[in-house]
Design a protein around this ligand. Sequence first.
Ligand SMILES: [Zn+2]
Length: 176
Amino acid sequence: MSHRRSSAASTLSDGRFASKERSEGKLDVRPLCFCGISARARFSKTSLNPGRRFWSCSQYSAATRDKACSFFEWIDPPSQQQEDDETNSVLCQLKTMKKKLRIMEERQNKTDELFLKQSYMEEKLKLYEEKLKSTEKMLKAMDEKLKRLKLVMLGSWVLFCSCIYLCLSGVERESM
Ligand SMILES: [Zn+2]
């Protein structure tokens, strides 16, 4: 186990050395930054790419930050660890995106459900409104009938009263 580890470490350092040797040639051919000046090689100090070299604007420094352009280009290829880290971070991002997608799909489903419920309720409401309208019509018709009935009753009551009056006045005339 320890033997394997040491051999892996030596290959890694050999690989690094080889890549440095290879890119050492690259250092002679400096690319031009966006300002049109030869770029300057720097070492990355980030935890993701420690010691990895990159080209950047030669005008870049804490004092002249405003003058520098945003030119950036890696000199060293990523190490196996860096590649693994990158793959892992991409996988992690993919997982997060899948989770977000699932949540969004669930939300969409809920929205669909709500929409269906709402349109069902709207249909029901329409039916109730129609029923209400027909009930109102029926009530109106009954009201009319009731009015007519009252008139008929009033008429018959007047007729009845005048009949009684006529009868009584007839009886009075006979008795005189
Ligand atoms: Zn520049």
